[in-house]
Structures are given as structure tokens and as C-alpha cells.
Design a protein. Structure first.
Lengths: 375, 378
């Protein structure tokens, strides 16, 4: 049995080595992608461009304007007294948030009445609208309390005591988005590259008619699948280790865990991802549909159902259940744990068991779809 | 249109649509994809697991408990008295936040001092951490607001309580009033689906004929070069447009995404964009000798296109030289314009520059692709 698997693996390796360009692309693309991602992806939103229409022109309104710029979250691009100017700037996308301070603002504050400030936000912008909204709320809350505190003190009253939150962030104290994005990017690259690599192998043999020849030899279906997977596992492992090294050396991603943990989890994830490709390939038996399906089956789940950008816990129940079969979700958790927390197997043994079961199931599915005899 | 061209287009359509698997891939998969991901997309962070380390065990600490669990944002998974045990839960991925209520918390409050609670967050999933920290701060500020409004001190100290000012923020969100992340991502998903399908179909379709040898037969037939190019690309343009309408209808009727801009602008923009991607596919087919190579090359182009398209990752946040790089990305123009059509309701009057740039890209891609393609057929 091992002799036959070895022969299959050797045959497959020759195919890979002879198609030198594919191999070359397979190693260059991950480097290129991780560099691009590392430089380009940044969720740390600051200096959101805002515009302020100040019709009040009082001490209070000037204080508000200087306070909102002090935190570094917002940068006032325009300060005017013309509301139309602000509206126009939001419409054209020059500023993300427009603030309106009406003329009776300071009077209302000193009279102890409701004093409104209007805000318009550009909701068509990805990401920064949400962040802008949250920052604005936080800023305004603080502003509100500073005003209240002042009037409390004016009346000579000590403001009531309240609980205060003092945040401390573990594993990534400055909350650098690069640190939590990079493991996700490694998962994404490994998942896609692996599934694409194998998605053509079985289909190619069916299209060329060599699958019939393989079936007529004493090699059994699971031996064909295992033999095909082995050389690709090596490529996939090298690919993701390259990505991981670039992440650590170029982008200074901390590596707190052990290399052995990384290798083992990576091995199983690679086999699972390659298994997805080869299963699709053996079911569809034709290269063009196989590549389309495996691109979608690998890229979209690892983007959407892995906690990479969109948190799974807030999804509706059927999708949360569906996300249970996405190996990228487990691998991302393991990578974040290994890179940033440095905790060992105890932190993800359940996920690891799931990943192993997943590998076994996809390989079984691929073998079942490779016939023993031609009908 | 010549008879040869007509025949070629018919052949291409029959060949593509006859394949049942390919039909599913081309028309059913995009719809399923759109529905699943349209449902999944949300950047809200709900049900964050919180472990509480309560060293005070007082009435005040029970109040903290109820403040936290008031909404659906936090879930208290367990309450410990040993903070080390609680902190360990963060290391083994059993909780995302540890909230420490220190001993003497209630006493301090009663003495009229602000009493700090320590929130320890798991920064390895930083985007969720910062969002849920934001929620938590807001909840405690609301609590503070309520406490201050009660102001028992005022009634104690003065006979007629003086009015307190109430600053208020009135927000209005343009173009996407409910701040649904779904709405800014759906137009992007449309563009992405279109990009992947059209480019892969063209590049691999032509390489397949090369591989199976039928391409040589086409070359020796009396079909002229330009007819061959048009015959190979027009059917895919058609398929791309059908797909586009399909996903637009699904977003309209399943997700209530209304197109507030002009339909004409939508069609013009996307047609130009599809032609651009057809050109790219044609070019890739001329530099690839097998479907495997074609696939890898397509991928090498599309992945950077997607990353630099402002789809998930805001271009505004990128460093300046990467931002300049995005100007070379046709997908960015198509995606941003698509969003403007759907959300901002802009028409050609606003978007003409994007359409023009896309036209330029189409001419370059298609021109160079066709040039290489013809050179290859001779």
C-alpha cells in the first residue's frame, strides 16, 4: 500500500516540477500577497475628516471645536458659518461628518436647557462611517459630562460617584490592526492557494483520459487521493510558512508560541484545504467548473465565516451552525493564539479535534468520488 | 455582423450553457453566495463572552452585573473570586473580556469617589475587542447620565434645584440611514462576483480550446482574427450582464437594497467594466498554455484587485504609496461607482470620470490582449 502511495506521490511530484511556472507562481503569489496586505490593510481609523458649521460663535462653541480635534480621532477640514457648505462637502465625500452648532447653543447651555448639536454622517463609506459614529458618540458623551461637571461645580455640588471603566488590552496593547489581521491573511492565503492547487489535479486527469488508466492499475482510490495530496501538502506548508515568516520579520508580528504548534496545526489545515480542492475536482471532473467552485468554496468562507472581519457570534443561528464546518475558523483561532497569546494546545484542543475530523472527512469524500472501476 | 461571427457566438454560447455543471456555477452559485453572505455580513459584535471577577460581592457589584447584561451585547459566562483564574480564561479562548470589580468598590462609591473597574480585553481579536469596548463604555456612560440626572445631592443642598444643561447630539446618517453594513457591502459583492466570473471564464475558456487542440481548427477555418476575438468575448459579456441583473434582483427583493441612482448609469458602468475584465481574461489566455497556469495568473491579478478595491479594506487608511497604487486598479473605480449608484443615487453626471477611466482600461487591456492574441494565431 505504501509503495503504491509513494509511486502516486512521485508521479504527482514530477507533474508539479515539470510545470515549473505554476510552481513558481505558487510560491511568489503568497509573498506578494502578504506584503501587499501587510502594507495596505489598516483598520486603525484616525484623523477622520470633519467639517463644522459654527453659527453660535461663542466661547462654548469654540471650546467644543478645539476639544473635538484634541483627541486625534477627528480633523476639522472646514469651519464655517454656512450650513450649505458643509452639506455640499458631505455629498461630495470631502468630509465624512458634518457638525452643526446652532446659534442658541451657548444660551441654552447657560439656561440649563436642551442644547442640540446636529451631526450628519456619510453612510456610504465602508468602515469609517461606523467608526466615526462610535467615536463621535464617545466624544460627545465625554463632552456632555464635562459640561455637567462644570455646572455642578458652579452650584458648589460634588457630582455623584459612578463606576468607571479602565480598559487594559492583553496580547496587543496598542490594538494594532496589523497584529490581528495578519494571522487572518495567512489563513486566507493558505486556504485559497491550497484549494486552487488541488482543484485541477483530478479534473485534469479526467479531461485528458489518464484517470481511466490510473483506475486500471492496482492503485486504489484512497491511494490515488493520498498520493496526490502528499506533494501538495509540502507546497502548501512551505507557502504558509513563507507567509508566516514575512509576517514576523517584515511586519513584526509577535510570535509568542512554539514553532512545533504552528507546524502541526498548519499541517492539518493544509491537508483539509487541499482536500476541499481535490474533492471538488473529483466530483466535477472538469477544470473550469472545479476552479470556480473551489475559489468560492475557499475564499468566501475564510473571509466571512472565520471571525476574520465579521464576528460569527452576531450572525443568525443557521449561519453560526454552518460556520462550524469552516476549517478556516478553527485555524484562525489557533494562529491568533499561537502568535499573540503563546498558549499551547490547551487553548484549542476542541478546535484541533474538529480540524482533524474535517481532514479525514474530506479525504474520505474525495476517495468515494474516485471510482474503483469504470462503468 | 458576419455569419462567421454569428456562428461563433452561437457555438460559444451552446458550449458554455450546455454544460450543466457550468450552468450551476455561472447562475446558481452567485445567487446562493449573495444570499448567504448578505445574511452573514454584520460588523456588530454581539454576545461577547465576559468573565466577571467579583472581589467585592456587594449590592453595587450586582448592579454592574445587571448593567452589563441589559442588552444583547454581553454574556457573563462565569463569576470568579480569584482574578488569576479568570484571566487564564482569556489565554485559553474561553472568554473575550475580564471585568474586575475590586474589593472595596461599593465603599468607595458610598464615600462619593469614582470607583474604577478594570476591563481586560483580548486584543488578539482586536476589531471585536475595540467594538465591544466601545459598547461597554457607552453603557457605563448611560448609567452615569442616569445617576447624574437623579442628582440627590442637589435636593440635599439647595431648596430649589437649579436646572442642569442637557447637551444633545442629533445624528442623521446620509445614504444609508440605518448604518447597515450590509448595504455598503452588497454593491461590492456584486462587483466582485462579476469580476471573478468574467475573468476566469474568458481566460480559462480560451486556454481550454488551446489545450484540447480545437483552437488550431478555429484558426485554420475562414474566420478572421477580429471575428475570433469578438466571438470569444461577446458571449461572455452577455453571461456577465445576465449574472449582474440576477444578483441585482436578489439584492433588491431579498435584502431591500434599492438602487437610488440611474439604471442607465448602472448598465453603462458595468458593461464597460465587464469589457475591461474580458480584455484582461483575453490577455491572460495569451500568456498561459494550460488551464492551471491561466487560473494562477487570473488569481495573481484578481487578489490584489480585490484587496485594493476599497471593498473590505478602506483605501483611505492605506499608506500614500499604496493609495497611489490603487489608482491602477480598475476594480476600485467600478466598485466605488457601483456603491455611489446604489447608495448615493449618483448618475453619470457624477460618475463620468470613473466610466471614462474604465473605458481607458478596457481599450488598453482589450487592445493589448487582442494584439497578442492575433500575434499568437499567426
Amino acid at each position: 500500500m505504501f509503495r503504491r502511495i509513494y509511486a502516486m506521490a512521485w508521479k504527482e511530484s514530477l507533474h508539479i516540477i515539470r510545470d515549473f511556472r505554476t510552481l513558481y507562481i505558487a510560491f511568489v503569489i503568497p509573498i506578494f500577497l502578504i506584503l501587499l496586505f501587510g502594507y495596505a490593510v489598516n483598520f486603525d481609523i484616525d484623523h477622520i475628516p470633519i467639517g463644522i458649521c459654527d453659527q453660535d460663535r461663542s466661547m462654548q462653541s469654540r471650546e467644543f471645536i478645539s476639544k473635538i480635534q484634541a483627541g486625534g480621532w477627528f480633523e476639522a477640514k472646514t469651519v464655517t458659518s454656512e450650513p450649505d457648505e458643509i452639506q455640499d462637502a458631505v455629498q461630495k465625500g470631502r468630509i465624512r461628518i458634518g457638525l452643526f452648532i446652532p446659534s442658541e447653543f451657548h444660551k441654552n447651555i447657560s439656561r440649563g436647557e436642551t442644547a442640540q448639536i446636529g451631526a450628519v454622517l456619510d453612510g456610504s463609506d465602508n468602515g469609517s462611517a461606523n467608526a466615526g459614529y462610535n467615536y463621535l458618540q464617545l466624544f460627545f458623551n465625554e463632552y456632555k459630562f464635562s459640561i455637567l461637571r462644570k455646572s455642578f461645580l458652579q452650584y458648589g455640588i460634588h457630582p455623584p460617584a459612578v463606576p468607571e471603566i479602565k480598559p487594559r488590552i492583553l496580547f496587543n496593547p496598542e490594538l494594532k490592526s496589523r497584529y490581528y489581521m495578519l494571522p487572518g491573511i495567512i489563513v486566507l492565503i493558505t486556504a485559497i492557494m491550497s484549494a486552487m492547487l488541488t482543484s485541477l489535479t483530478a479534473a485534469k486527469e479526467w479531461e485528458r483520459g489518464t484517470m481511466e488508466q490510473l483506475i486500471s492499475t492496482p492503485v486504489r482510490p484512497h491511494e490515488i487521493i493520498l498520493g496526490k495530496i502528499i506533494p501538495y501538502t509540502a507546497i502548501s506548508m512551505i507557502q504558509s510558512l513563507i507567509s508566516a515568516s514575512v509576517a514576523v520579520w517584515v511586519f513584526e508580528l509577535p510570535f509568542e508560541g512554539r514553532i512545533a504548534d504552528l507546524l502541526i496545526t498548519n499541517l492539518f489545515f493544509s491537508i483539509g484545504a487541499l482536500g476541499i480542492g481535490i474533492t471538488i475536482s473529483s466530483v466535477l471532473k472538469s477544470q473550469l467548473p472545479a476552479i470556480q467552485v473551489s475559489l468560492i468554496a475557499s475564499m468566501l468562507p475564510s473571509l466571512f465565516f472565520s471571525n476574520f472581519v465579521f464576528p460569527i457570534d452576531s450572525m443568525p443561528l443557521p449561519l453560526r451552525i454552518l460556520s462550524g464546518i469552516v476549517p478556516a475558523k478553527y485555524f484562525l483561532l489557533m494562529l491568533r493564539t499561537i502568535f499573540l497569546k503563546g498558549t499551547g494546545f490547551s487553548a484549542y484542543y476542541i478546535e484541533f479535534i474538529f480540524l482533524t475530523v474535517f481532514c479525514f472527512l474530506v479525504l474520505a469524500a474525495a476517495s468515494r468520488n474516485t471510482p474503483k472501476r469504470i462503468l | 455582423m458576419t455569419t462567421a461571427l454569428k456562428a461563433l457566438i452561437r457555438k460559444e454560447l451552446i458550449q458554455t450553457l450546455r454544460d450543466k455543471k457550468l450552468r450551476v456555477v455561472l447562475f446558481a452559485l452567485p445567487v446562493v453566495q449573495l444570499i448567504i453572505f448578505g445574511t452573514a455580513i454584520s460588523t456588530d459584535v454581539k454576545k461577547t463572552k465576559v468573565t466577571l471577577c467579583d472581589e467585592d460581592r456587594s449590592k453595587a457589584s450586582r448592579e454592574i452585573h445587571s448593567i452589563l447584561t441589559a442588552g444583547e451585547y454581553f454574556e457573563i459566562t462565569d463569576i470568579n473570586e480569584d482574578c488569576r483564574k479568570s484571566e487564564n480564561l482569556l489565554y485559553v479562548n474561553k472568554a473575550k473580556i475580564l471585568l474586575v470589580i475590586p474589593a472595596g468598590f461599593e465603599k468607595k462609591l458610598q464615600m462619593g469617589e469614582n470607583s474604577p473597574l478594570q476591563a481586560v480585553l483580548d486584543g488578539s481579536d482586536g476589531s471585536s475587542a475595540s467594538t465591544s469596548l466601545g459598547y461597554m463604555l457607552r453603557m457605563f456612560m448611560e448609567h452615569q447620565w442616569k445617576t447624574w440626572q437623579k442628582t440627590p445631592d442637589i435636593r440635599l443642598y439647595s431648596i430649589t434645584p437649579p436646572p442642569l444643561p442637557k447637551p444633545e447630539l442629533q445624528t442623521r446618517v446620509y445614504f444609508n440611514p440605518e448604518m447597515e453594513s450590509r448595504f455598503f457591502l452588497l454593491p461590492g459583492i456584486m462587483t466582485m462576483i462579476l469580476t471573478i466570473i468574467v475573468t476566469l471564464l474568458t481566460a480559462m475558456g480560451i486556454t481550454r480550446e488551446k489545450e484540447s487542440g480545437t483552437f488550431d481548427q478555429l484558426i485554420v477555418s475562414p474566420i478572421r482574427g477580429w471575428e475570433l476575438i469578438l466571438g470569444k468575448t461577446l458571449p461572455y459579456l452577455l453571461i456577465g450582464l445576465v449574472d449582474l441583473l440576477l444578483v441585482t434582483l436578489v439584492s433588491r427583493y431579498v435584502f431591500q437594497l434599492k438602487m437610488s441612482g440611474s439604471f442607465a448609469a448602472f448598465i453603462i458602468l458595468n458593461t464597460v467594466y465587464i469589457i475591461c475584465m474580458l480584455g484582461l481574461g483575453l490577455f491572460i489566455s495569451t500568456v498561459s498554455s494550460s488551464q492551471g497556469q491561466a487560473m494562477m495568473t487570473v488569481f495573481g491579478f484578481l487578489f490584489p484587485f480585490i484587496i485594493l478595491s476599497d471593498f473590505f479594506f478602506p483605501v483611505d487608511n492605506m499608506p500614500i504609496f499604496v493609495r497611489r497604487l490603487t489608482m491602477l486598479n480598475p476594480m476600485k473605480y467600478a466598485l466605488v461607482a457601483q456603491r455611489e449608484i446604489f447608495l448615493k443615487g449618483n448618475g453619470l453626471a457624477f460618475l463620468w470620470d470613473s466610466v471614462l477611466i474604465l473605458c481607458l482600461f478596457s481599450v488598453i487591456f482589450l487592445g493589448y490582449g487582442a494584439y497578442r492574441f492575433r500575434a499568437g494565431t499567426e
